[in-house]
Design a protein around this ligand. Structure first.
Ligand code: 2HA
Ligand code: ZN
Length: 277
C-alpha cells in the first residue's frame, strides 16, 4: 500500500481540508502534525527515502528521539493539501538526540516542514510525557473569532476560559481544564514554542493573541473537535458582544458547579470567580 493510502495519512488530509473549509487557513496560515505509532512506522518503512539530509529542528526535544511525524510544509496552502498532498505534507524522522530531522516522504516539489516545527515538537514532547503517549496531534489554526476576542478581552487564562465556557454548555465538558493565553510574540521560533509548551503541561488549547490557537489531542476527531468547539464559542461571544453591552442572563458559577456534579468532571474554582457588575 502506498504511504498516501494509509489511514493516518487520509485522516490527516481530511482534517486539514476540514480546517480550510472552516475558513481557518487563509493563504499558508496554520499547520498540523501527527506523531506516528510504531505500527504505522513499520507499515510504511519500505516506502521511505533514506538519503535525506539532516536539518536542525531549532529546538531540543530528546523526549521525541527517533519518532516519526507527518507534518504540513512551510509556505504550503491548506487549500491545496487535498489536491496535491505529496507536495504539501511530509513524513519526517527525528535523530537519536532529538536535535535534527530528515524528510523521509513527501514535499516532492521541494520545501521544508512547517515554520512552527519548534512549537509543534516542543508541544508533542510535553504531551507525550503528560498523557503517557496518548496525545499524537498538534494543530495550529487562525481561528477568526478567537483572534478577534484577543483584542477585547484581557489576555488572561481565567477570563478567556470563563467567557468561552459561558457561551455554550458543552464547553466546560469539552475543555474542563480551561485554555491558556499567550500575549503576542514573534511566531516561528523556539521562544514562542517554549512558552506554548509550558502551557501544554496543563491545557489542551493555547491561544496566541492576535494570531490563532494551538490544540493538542489523542485523535484527529478530538483535536479538530476541540478547535471547532472553542472557535464556535468565541463566535457566539463575538455575536453577543456585538448585539448588546452586557448579557441579560448567562450560565452562573453555581450552574457550572451543578454541571460538574452532573457530568462528573472537575471544574477548577479559579475559573468560577464572581464578576463585578
Ligand atoms: O504560516 O500559521 O504561524 C504558517 C503559520 C505561522
Ligand atoms: Zn499561524
Amino acid at each position: 500500500m502506498r504511504v498516501l493510502e494509509r489511514r493516518f495519512v487520509q485522516d490527516f488530509i481530511r482534517m486539514a481540508n476540514d480546517g480550510y473549509e472552516q475558513g481557518w487557513h487563509e493563504r499558508n496560515g496554520g499547520n498540523l502534525s501527527y506523531r506516528l505509532t510504531d505500527h504505522e512506522v513499520d507499515s510504511v518503512k519500505d516506502r521511505l527515502l533514506d538519503h535525506g539530509e539532516w536539518h536542525p529542528i531549532g529546538a531540543s526535544v530528546p523526549g521525541l528521539a527517533g519518532e516519526y511525524f507527518l507534518v504540513t510544509g512551510t509556505g504550503k496552502y491548506f487549500r491545496n493539501i487535498i489536491m496535491d498532498p505529496e507536495a504539501c505534507i511530509a513524513l519526517i524522522e527525528l535523530d537519536d538526540a532529538g536535535e535534527n530531522y530528515r524528510i523521509r516522504w513527501g514535499l516532492v516539489d521541494g520545501g521544508l516542514p512547517t515554520s512552527e516545527l519548534p512549537t509543534h515538537l516542543l508541544n508533542h514532547e510535553v504531551k507525550k510525557r503528560v498523557t503517557n503517549g496518548k496525545h499524537r496531534i498538534i494543530y495550529h489554526a487562525h481561528t477568526t473569532n478567537v483572534i478577534a476576542l484577543s483584542f477585547v478581552l484581557p489576555l488572561n487564562d481565567e477570563i478567556f476560559t470563563r467567557e468561552l465556557w459561558e457561551m455554550a454548555t458543552e464547553c466546560p465538558v469539552v475543555f474542563p481544564e480551561g485554555v491558556g493565553v499567550i500575549p503576542w510574540m514573534v511566531p516561528g521560533g523556539k521562544e514562542i514554542g517554549i512558552e506554548t509548551s509550558k502551557m501544554m503541561e496543563k491545557y489542551n488549547a493555547v491561544i496566541w493573541a492576535h494570531h490563532g490557537m494551538f490544540c493538542s489531542g489523542e485523535t484527529f476527531d478530538l483535536t479538530f473537535g476541540l478547535m471547532h468547539t472553542i472557535e464556535k464559542s468565541a463566535e457566539i461571544l463575538v455575536k453577543v458582544m456585538s448585539m448588546a453591552p452586557r448579557k441579560l442572563q448567562t450560565i452562573t458559577p453555581d450552574n457550572f458547579r451543578d454541571l460538574a456534579v452532573g457530568f462528573n468532571i472537575s471544574l477548577p474554582e479559579r475559573f468560577l470567580y464572581e464578576k463585578k457588575d
